[in-house]
Design a binder for this molecule. Structure first.
Ligand code: ZN
Length: 308
């Protein structure tokens, strides 16, 4: 029972399409070092990441990786910890977790960026005490993860909630969508690049009353209704760059209630939807602290096995 006498330090890597955030921390209130590196090639970026942790005055006990994907998060698989079929071609079939483990010789926890962010919110944020919830990031891409009955969702590979198909009214919205695989899936219609291309403008410059936001709230609400009907989450957390437009939250909540039309009878949706569809309590740091939470959890379960 000595675990909390001095707070152990963990490494976190949040791997995104444009940058890698690296951190050494015990938790959100105990950050020792941080660095960012641009996402270029696996050779160059991973060398910078590894050098950051190798230089650390106190080496982390374990490292958590929160990666863009698709990835292989199955510890029993020969390609565990790989980035697999990503559209970022130079990163296809990259042994991400293996490269970090071999260089630093520490245990590695590995999951999708959104499952990690969900786990960060479960550990320190808006999902504390919940067993079934969903975390979405809506930004450059759209992804979703979360827990069902207290376990992070993996299943066959991992969820790809950003690629669910939504009703698309072509007469009202003739934009074909930006997803290279599906065109007008959720990400194709509602990611930041979709907004930018549809309206030929930087989304951040579009005023509150612009039709873009009504349509955006509509698509997000359709996806949330599908999510609610499939998973019955106790809460939905919406993060990512697009959701920094905080005025979207009330628009999405109203549209979710309207679309559900009273069918799901629970006070969380009928009366307290402001506490049901919420921003991440860790803000833009959910992913990187989620990576720390994954590493901490791996370390705790390893210790538990060793003392059995
Ligand atoms: Zn798609």
């Amino acid at each position: 029972m000595t675990e909390f006498t001095s707070q152990p330090l963990y490494g976190g890597i949040e791997a995104g399409g444009t940058k890698f955030n690296c951190i050494i921390a015990g938790g959100p209130d105990h950050v020792v070092a941080e660095a960012r590196f641009p996402t270029t090639t696996p050779q160059e970026t991973l060398a910078q990441v590894i050098a950051f942790f190798a230089r650390a005055p106190s080496p982390p006990k374990a490292i958590g990786i929160a990666s863009f994907g698709p990835v292989d998060p199955d510890p029993a698989s020969p390609t565990f910890g790989y980035i697999t079929s990503t559209p970022k071609l130079v990163w296809q079939n990259t042994d991400f977790a293996g490269a970090v483990r071999r260089a630093l010789n520490v245990p590695i926890a590995f999951d999708t960026d959104v499952n990690a962010a969900a786990f960060g919110e479960y550990t320190w944020g808006a999902a504390r005490g919940l067993r079934t919830f969903v975390y979405y990031t809506i930004g450059t891409g759209i992804g979703g993860g979360g827990m069902v009955e207290g376990r992070l969702m993996h299943g066959l590979i991992h969820p790809e909630m950003g690629h669910m198909r939504l009703p698309h009214d072509w007469a009202h919205d003739p934009f074909a969508g930006v997803c290279p695989f599906h065109g007008d899936c959720f990400e194709g219609l509602a990611s930041g690049p979709a907004i930018a291309q549809r309206w030929n403008a930087d989304p951040k410059t579009l005023p509150l009353e612009h039709a873009a936001w009504q349509l955006e709230a509509r698509y997000i609400a359709l996806a949330m209704v599908n999510t609610i009907c499939v998973l019955s989450p106790q809460r939905i957390i919406l993060g990512g760059g697009v959701m920094e437009q905080a005025f979207l939250f009330p628009m999405i909540r109203r549209e979710v209630q309207r679309l559900l039309n009273g069918y799901i009878v629970h006070e969380a949706i009928l009366e307290h939807i402001d506490d049901y569809i919420v921003p991440p309590a860790l803000g833009g740091r959910a992913g990187v602290f989620g990576a720390i939470a994954l590493a901490r959890h791996l370390d705790a379960s390893t210790n538990a096995q060793e003392t059995r």
